[in-house]
Write a protein that binds this ligand. Sequence first.
Ligand code: NAD
Ligand code: DAU
Length: 355
Amino acid sequence: MILVTGGAGFIGSNFVLDWLACRDEPVVNLDLLTYAGNLGNLVSLRGNSRHVFVQGDVCDAALVRRLLVEYRPRAVVHLAAETHVDRSIQDAAAFVRTNVTGTYVLLEAVRDYWQALGATEREAFRFHHVSTDEVYGSLGPEDAPFTEDHPYQPNSPYSASKAASDHLVRAWHHTYGLPVVTTHCSNNYGPYHFPEKLIPLAIVNALAGKPLPLYGDGLNVRDWLYVKDHCAALRLVLERGRVGQTYNIGGWNEKTNLEIVRTICRLLDELRPDAAGPHERLITFVADRPGHDRRYAIDARKIERELGWRPAETFETGIRKTVQWYLDHPEWVAQVQSGAYRQWIATQYGRVGPA
Ligand code: NAD
Ligand code: DAU
């Protein structure tokens, strides 16, 4: 049994689905179901006895301790977090609570549980902390991609809260010997991505004939990875990653935001042409994100060298699959575009966002 936190979110649900498709080992999935958590992502697991879903908070120490005693996992994969940078700029409270306090609560509960295990189980146990490349800060145009030794320079409330959680995880290993591994992944995209983030927002807005908002000059760079490649890397690190180590995960796919949105427009012109004209007509430059990091890029050579991981998808194959997935799942899009979603879009984009 493994315990996954945040397994109803974008990466978490992809991870749980992939895990159960290629492993026999069951999963207990602890997720609070915030606006970003969606059991609709997991409908295909209905009736699957290897998936136990528990709605609850990683900050709830009693609940976390009870789950550990009841299910006796041999590993924890910690994905639960508040994850949207723009939301963290509007109000960081939930980010500090879930990302920092939640990780602390989990570490303390896991430490007690792990210390009480027999020698063999103690040795085999892993706490896998899923972090982000954003903790390393922003790169200049000519800088080398982030290695695992890059200094921490978090710039947003979100990345600062993730950096804080990374430091707690590191300290629990250094001080108490808790067997941890931490991964730093670049920007993911793929199925079940909540449409507040750039790629799914651009797809759903383009399909609805609504503006495609690009912050600033649209030339900020991100390094994109198809979510299922991230999930494969997480499985590998959990299996064979060295205790106490960190691993960067990335797709070697640096793109400007403008390139990303233009690619989506071209794919939609091909797959779902709009009688009103090419989708690029909808691109709209809007006010920049405060403190907007200019460029992220991941040097993924360590995980390639040590664990033999390589992404299976190129950006071209992954983005085509992703656009097709959104075309094939209009009911999922309609379901996530709830009242709370519309309220966020109105607050963030004012008049250019969808109604
Ligand atoms: P997401 O926002 O889609 O999902 C987060 C999930 O956590 C949701 O299901 C939510 O309900 C749950 N959650 C939030 N607060 C909780 C709490 N207090 N207790 C229990 N569950 C709670 O996030 P995501 O994009 O899937 O990211 C998952 C993890 O991967 C995060 O830790 C994030 O920092 C990291 N990450 C994300 C990316 C990316 O591009 N999305 C890249 C690198 C790392
Ligand atoms: O790098 C990993 C990180 O990637 C994860 O840790 C975060 O959880 C995840 O949300 C993501 O953060 P970003 O801020 O990079 O992702 P987002 O999709 O919000 O933005 C991607 C880029 O697109 C960024 O430069 C901001 C820009 N953008 C975003 C939105 C929502 C726009 O230009 N317009 C938009 O409307």
